[in-house]
Design a protein. Structure first.
Lengths: 320, 584
């Protein structure tokens, strides 16, 4: 009686699959070496990033913004702080493509030079927030217990303060001598809670992994574990949030400048320009439009970048 | 021609009718970024009314894809590229979505794999079964409620009325699976597709549920297509077997024939390494071969062994690890206003592990076996009792002495996907223990890592890879290499092979066995799977609800179990009773 229900031909064709016990690992290993070597999570993420149009567009924009920040004189020869009322609301002319605002300053030059303050505030606030929030969140999540309880309540308190409002109150104190660093400090001091919460959550979900236990069993100290294993694996959501919030801090700086609590008039800032141009919205909208557009494009680039990075770092969202 | 072949085989059983389900030359592919990837290739399979047919294969063999294709539950990127599926002589591949939906549930029932995630936690169990009845126009209103109770009772749930009003989280895994079976059979289908219906459950529960499913389907004359990775289970439950490998059915035929006389080499390997089958008959021989396998000895490199102080030798009888009256209790938070109560996860457990031997700790989920492992590794401190390593109590150890202990007791964990840090290259992973203990310089470490990789049969080129590039079995090898990096005396294997496919499992067991022989390692081997334990352990401890139920040598436990619970466990090993012929 035949012991099979499938045609013999098929079965005979299968015979060459045959190999002794070591077939399975060999296959696995072969499968590995076919791939290009050394693909870590980050390399994978990068590979999927550079295929995303969202990343390419936002990346190019951010690159352009950074060049503008670093070398504004490449883009304009006009002095943004040279303003004469003779030029008040003058039409565009050679060398001054966007015309002049009410104070007689070159709008184009101010848009170009305004990038510096905005991007500086955005970048350094984000850095500060990641450092403060990251450390507090990581410590809270990793050590747990009363440390977590205490730090989490502190987070809650700061979370309950609307951070623009808090910034207004604090900046009021140094009103006459505000510098970029004041703004960065204040924004970071009241903005770290979000990052802290996200870090805490990511650390909690990572710290119970087997590889952390294995490292403990090898004899690594808790602090080493936190720094070497837990943080690198918990960093992805923090990076994503940080990228998105960079844009938000740029907006916050503009908001503060708009409210008159931002940078002094000696420093060119989009927010201040928007504030001073608001009365001209009917008569000379371009004085308002260009700084606002520059602000919007910058913020949008960073938020788009954040989106792209999130898609790349979250393997579940990625389609391979 | 497929049909003809089938009919001759199954003539005795179903001479009068044609097949209920006939799959011929089926080819299923998935559209990916790298083009079409074949998941099922040239599959032929027939199921006759009332018959149980099993598809056996490893993960990724295409068995679930094949089953899902029948009811068109393929993911969006899945396509049937060729072949036909005929159900009751109708070509279902040509069915419209609507007709397919009508077929599902009413004519073809489905019991999914993971009972925990297949019921909506927001709805009562009864309501969800009622939905099935409504969707298939079987009953509505009061009649449906009554039917739900009948179905639940039929699926073996006592107090069906009360149960129907409960939510999924109030059910145990076994009860959930029973409800899903009730749901699958609600419309009295002709065919029930059961995709790994009991893989997530404990053995004894699995046994009960499969028995129940068997009884129920034969009573109702429902054909069952059973998808499983467990050859023993398949052989025990099915009349007809199809073995799948890499998307192809490599062998199929009457279950017993295949088991007793496997023709295809893959099947032979599968039969040979299935722990549930091998351990009963091949145990002593198997064990013997493993220990004194000359080919394994030939591949050994001796330079690694010379650096060890412990002399290999399984005959020595000194105790390396001893547990005395271990108790571990966890506080459970009481309801509001009530005192918290203690839950004893481990209750008075004592054992002693002899140097160079393997002691297995067996129990179902929740029996406290992993807690014992954690205490042994000093990752947890016992509430009372103590653990002695080389006669020294390990709980007061601090800093330097603790580091010394850590060197000698190393773990291997269950989940191969969680055990390696995804951010670390394999080199860094294995280097970590060496670096932590300040062993050797860079060059010596590199050599040591190379040796270790060789020991676990991984190519040296693996060092630059990252865990996500390796398969589960390969990752487990790396975990073993990491555990061995410090030349430990005791290795605690916490379900170290449970997540692996049978063949890989067999391979890792052999590797562990070889390494034990080479280094005189002592294993504390935690497992829920008695069949696996049979292959590797010298002594067995059986745990239940935190207590030791039975402790004896492996032969005694398997040959002459003293406790009813142990007997139940043994009884539940799938395929344990199947008489095997002279297999290779």
């Amino acid at each position: 009686m035949p012991d099979t229900s499938i045609p013999r031909a098929t079965r005979a064709g299968q015979q060459r699959y045959v190999a002794p016990l070591d077939e399975t690992p060999l296959q696995g290993v072969d499968a590995v070496s076919n791939e290009s070597d050394g693909s870590s999570l980050w390399k994978d993420a990068f590979r999927s990033l550079i295929r995303q149009p969202l990343f390419i567009i936002s990346g190019l924009l951010i690159l352009l913004i950074l060049v503008v920040v670093a070398f504004p004189w490449l883009f304009t020869s006009a002095d943004p702080t040279y303003c004469t009322l003779d030029n008040s609301l003058a039409e565009p002319r050679a060398g001054h493509p966007l015309g002049f605002n009410q104070q007689g300053c070159d709008i184009y030059a101010r848009v170009i030079y305004g990038a510096q303050a905005s991007v500086m505030v955005g970048a350094f606030t984000t850095l500060g927030v990641v450092i403060i929030g990251g450390i507090i969140g990581a410590v809270a999540g990793f050590y747990g217990g009363w440390i977590d309880a205490l730090l989490s309540r502190i987070m809650d308190i700061f979370f309950a303060l609307p951070f623009v409002l808090a910034a207004i109150v604090v900046l009021q104190l140094v009103r006459d001598s505000i510098t970029v660093w004041h703004i960065i400090g204040v924004l970071a001091a009241f903005g770290w809670t979000q990052i802290a919460r996200i870090t805490r959550g990511a650390v909690i979900s990572t710290k119970n992994s087997d590889f952390v236990t294995a490292s403990t069993a090898v004899g690594a100290s808790p602090l080493k574990n936190l720094v070497r294993h837990v943080l690198p694996n918990a960093i992805a959501p923090v990076i994503v949030t940080a990228t998105v919030s960079l844009g938000i801090y740029i907006v916050a700086e503009a908001t503060l400048s708009y409210l008159g609590l931002g940078l002094p008039s000696t420093i060119v800032s989009w927010g201040a320009d928007i504030a001073s141009a608001q009365t001209l919205i009917r008569t000379n909208p371009e004085a308002l439009f260009f700084p606002a557009a520059a602000l919007a494009v910058t913020v949008l680039s960073f938020i788009m970048m954040g989106d792209a990075v999130r898609d790349a770092l979250d393997p579940k969202a990625r389609t391979r | 021609m497929t049909g003809d072949a089938n009919q001759t085989v199954d003539e005795a059983a179903t001479a009068e009718t044609g097949p209920l389900l006939q799959i011929s030359d089926l080819e299923v592919g998935f559209k990916t970024q790298n083009g079409m990837v074949s998941a099922v290739r040239g599959a032929n399979l027939s199921v006759y009314p009332g018959q149980t047919v099993a598809i056996v294969g490893e993960s990724g063999s295409g068995k679930s894809t094949l089953a899902h294709t029948i009811v068109n539950l393929l993911p969006d990127n899945g396509r049937i590229r060729r072949g036909s599926i005929r159900f009751r002589d109708q070509e279902v591949t040509q069915f419209s979505k609507r007709r397919m939906a009508a077929l599902r549930g009413s004519s073809i029932g489905l019991v999914p794999q993971d009972p925990m995630s297949n019921l909506n936690p927001l709805w009562r169990v009864g309501f969800q079964i009622k939905e099935t009845l409504k969707a298939n126009n079987i009953a509505t209103g009061k009649a449906a409620d009554k039917r739900v109770r009948e179905l639940l009772a039929e699926a073996g749930l006592p107090n069906a009325e009360e149960r129907a009003r409960q939510f999924p989280h109030e059910f145990s895994g076994g009860m959930l699976q029973r409800s899903l079976i009730a749901m699958g059979l609600a419309a009295r289908p002709d065919l029930l597709i059961a995709d790994e219906p009991t893989s997530a459950l404990d053995v004894t529960v699995q046994h009960q549920i499969l028995n129940h499913l068997d009884g129920l389907t034969s009573e109702l004359n429902v054909a069952v297509l059973l998808i499983t990775h467990d050859l023993g289970l398949a052989a025990e439950r099915a009349e007809h077997l199809a073995v799948m490998y890499k998307g192809r059915i490599v062998e199929s035929g009457p279950a017993l024939d295949i088991l007793q006389d496997p023709q295809h080499p893959y099947t032979q390997r599968l039969v040979h390494s299935a722990p549930s089958l091998a351990s009963r008959r091949l145990e002593s021989e198997h064990q013997h071969i493993q220990v004194s396998d000359p080919s394994a000895a030939a591949t050994e490199t001796t330079d690694g062994a010379t650096s060890r102080d412990a002399a290999p030798g399984a005959t020595s009888t000194d105790t390396v690890l001893e547990a005395e009256h271990l108790v571990k209790s966890f506080p459970i938070r009481g309801d509001f206003g009530q005192k918290s109560t203690d839950f004893k996860a481990v209750d008075d457990v004592s054992f002693s592990l002899q140097r160079g031997t393997t002691m297995a700790l067996v129990g179902e989920s929740g029996s406290g076996k992993s807690t014992v492992a954690q205490i042994t590794l000093r990752l947890l401190r016992p509430t009372s009792g103590r653990v002695l390593f080389d006669g020294e109590d390990i709980s007061p150890l601090a800093s330097k002495e603790l580091l010394r202990l850590r060197r000698k007791v190393q773990p291997i964990f269950q989940n191969p996907y969680g055990t390696l840090d995804p951010m670390y290259s394999i080199y860094r992973t294995i280097e970590e223990p060496l670096r932590t203990h300040g062993i050797g310089n860079q060059k010596q470490r590199r050599q040591k890592i190379k040796d270790l990789l060789e020991k676990v049969a991984m190519p040296a080129s693996t060092v630059n890879r990252y865990p996500n590039e390796l398969s589960g079995g390969q990752r487990q090898r790396i975990a073993i290499a990491r555990a061995l990096a410090l030349d430990p005396e005791v290795v605690v294997c916490d379900e170290a092979v449970s997540a692996l496919d049978v063949l890989v499992q067999d391979q890792i067991l052999n590797l562990l066995n070889d390494l034990q022989g080479e280094f005189g390692l002592s294993y504390l081997f935690i497992s829920h799977d008695l069949a696996v334990v049979r292959q590797i352990a010298d002594d067995v401890l059986v745990m239940r609800h935190g207590q030791l139920v039975e402790a004896a040598s492996t032969d005694e436990v398997f040959g002459n179990p003293q406790q009813q619970y142990t007997r139940d466990l043994l009884e539940s090993i799938p395929g344990g009773h199947i008489p095997l012929g002279n297999t290779a």
